[in-house]
Design a protein around this ligand. Structure first.
Ligand SMILES: [Zn+2]
Length: 578
């Protein structure tokens, strides 16, 4: 590619809207341009990187038996109504009507669509197992798009779907994806870890997320300082300590100005683990058949030395969505914010207690009267509740596997894998006939990789103060060829020689100063740079530098430029074999 013909331009400064360093460089290099909130155009350079990532993904999906297909972005709403997600997913799912008034949706994922396809295509046990995938546009109307391609509304995903006769088959395909994803990320050069995760709106039980650790990440990860335990905080568990004693008589005590656990523990001179605190949330419950919504107050109760993980509370209460309850909503149920507890709660309230509370004795809890608490409350003696682990793991908690302390870090999710089971095959009737002629539900798995987000993470990982330095497997071109010659005959010939050999070259043939050309070469940051100037030309030499080490200049004979460049390409490719 001749830079004199390049469609996009480079920017000396990042626009003020760039809220992450990788995003700023993708804008400055002319990889992407924003059209609207969470909506981006991939410019030629960016698209080349994306195509390379897609190529790696295709390779590895084909290697585990995947067959590529392409499903539509626009789906009739009927299939989403059949699974109930038309009703249970909030505004992130965009709904509209076609010209005859039929309900339609923009697909944010394709479990419904692929299940509809599979119920027509799969008939016999002889056709199983199957694995199909696509690399396709999705739309998710995210309320808070940010950080360029990290969190967008329109995006490209590789999504694959497995179909099996039984759980063993599913686990085999799941494990193949588990390994293939690491190969994909390694070939792209992106360091990731797999963490146990929540299956969220996907349903199913077992799930992993692939996380790129980054301070700009929105996911909180819990990792063990000693063993390989890793989990998203949404599902992470830890060892809770207990201090058993005999149950005592419950009593009401005056506790003025004790709205926080610290104030209460200090006033009563007790440790915080002798208290129970309540979190009031408003839960939305949706009937998946009719779409009817209902709001109910949820009270989560946890021991005073821990915090509640809202995701766990949502699961335990089976709510579709949670938000913090307003003071008037709490008071309407005759409970006192700051002095609230589930004791004496209206039966319509959903009470969930953490097992730390259920297994502790004589805790101090709110009396539902301002400035009063109850001492010696005991579950289940004094109130009824759903018991579940709803505690939020934090730094210093103890690992359930090995007893060592846990750490906390931030990550960006670049991929996920789910064991769906029969969640969708039951809803949409995806069945096969077994050897006895009996129809059985197909067992499904679902597996995603965000393609644009992967590029965004690479930009976060690979840059310095001058610009990007993407790995050779995902950089738009392999070689940046800077010409400082007045005449172009020689450099044109070298450019032709390189491209004839299949080498991907960005050729700076512009009438610009050396300073401008080098600044752009640093900014776009292709892995191998060759420079031909007047003096080198006279001596028959050309300069070669690697973007990873700009301080070292290799002087090579012009005659050997193809073989030298090829040698460096091979060296760098070999390091990223996965
Ligand atoms: Zn551990």
């Amino acid at each position: 590619m001749r830079m004199s013909n390049q469609f996009s331009r480079t920017l000396r400064e990042a626009p003020a809207s760039a809220d992450s360093i990788g995003y700023a460089f993708l804008l400055r290099c002319g990889f992407i341009e924003q059209l609207g909130a969470g909506v981006f155009t991939l410019l030629p350079l960016g698209l080349r990187s994306i195509r390379k990532i897609e190529h790696i993904i295709r390779d590895e999906m084909n290697a585990i038996g995947g067959q590529e297909m392409l499903m539509p972005v626009v789906n009739p709403a009927d299939i989403w109504k059949e699974t109930g997600r038309y009703y249970s997913i909030d505004k992130e799912l965009s709904r509209f009507k076609d010209r005859v008034g039929r309900d339609m949706v923009l697909a944010m994922t394709h479990e419904e669509c692929v299940s509809d396809v599979a119920r027509y295509q799969i008939d016999s046990y002889k056709q199983l197992p199957q694995l199909v995938y696509q690399i396709q546009t999705k739309w998710r109307d995210d309320p808070r798009p940010r950080a360029g391609l990290i969190r967008v509304r329109e995006f490209t995903m590789k999504d694959s779907y497995s179909f099996d006769r039984n759980q063993e088959g599913l686990e085999l395909q799941y494990n193949r994806h588990y390994k293939a994803y690491f190969t994909i990320f390694n070939r792209c050069g992106l360091p990731t870890i797999a963490v146990g995760s929540d299956s969220g709106m996907m349903g199913g039980k077992v799930a992993h997320e692939y996380m790129y650790l980054s301070p700009i990440g929105e996911d909180t990860l819990i990792t063990c300082s000693n063993c390989d335990y890793t989990a998203n905080r949404q599902v992470a568990t830890f060892v809770k300590e207990y201090y058993p004693e005999d149950e005592k008589k419950m009593e009401k005590v005056h506790t003025p100005n004790c709205k926080t656990i610290e104030e209460l523990a200090s006033f009563l001179d007790i440790p915080s683990h002798k208290t129970a605190k309540a979190l009031f949330m408003m839960g939305t419950f949706v009937d998946e058949k009719s779409g009817e919504e209902e709001n109910k107050l949820i009270v989560g109760v946890i021991r005073g030395d821990m915090e509640i993980e809202e995701n766990k509370l949502q699961h335990a209460s089976k709510a579709n969505a949670l938000r913090v309850a307003h003071v008037d909503e709490i008071q309407a149920m005759k409970m006192a914010p700051g002095y609230g507890s589930p004791i004496g709660a209206d039966p319509s309230i959903i009470v969930v207690v953490d097992d730390s509370v259920a297994k502790s004795n004589n805790l101090v809890a709110g009396a539902n009267v301002d400035e009063y608490h109850l001492i010696n409350t005991n579950f289940p003696r004094d109130y009824k509740a759903i018991v579940s682990d709803i505690a939020s793991a934090t730094k210093g908690n103890i690992c359930v596997n090995c007893g060592h302390p846990l750490n906390v870090s931030k990550g960006i999710e670049v991929g996920n894998i789910f064991q769906l089971g029969t969640r969708y095959s039951d809803a949409l009737g995806v069945t096969y006939q077994d050897e006895q002629g009996v129809r059985q539900p197909v067992i499904m798995g679902s597996y995603g990789i965000g393609v644009g987000r992967l590029l965004a993470c690479l930009a976060e990982e690979y840059h310095d103060e001058h610009g990007l330095k993407l790995p050779i497997t995902t950089s738009p071109y392999q070689v940046h060829f800077v010409s400082l010659m007045k005449e172009s005959d020689t450099t044109d010939a070298i450019y032709k020689q390189l491209t004839d050999e299949g080498i991907e070259v960005l050729y700076d043939d512009r009438k610009e100063s050396a300073g401008v050309k080098f600044a752009d070469a640093d900014l776009i940051g292709l892995p191998i740079r060759i420079t031909l100037g007047q003096r080198g030309f006279k001596e028959g030499t050309i300069e070669l530098k690697l973007r990873s080490d700009l301080s070292t200049t290799h002087t090579i004979a012009i005659d050997s430029v193809v073989s030298e460049v090829k040698k460096h390409i091979k060296e760098q490719m070999d390091q990223l074999k996965g």
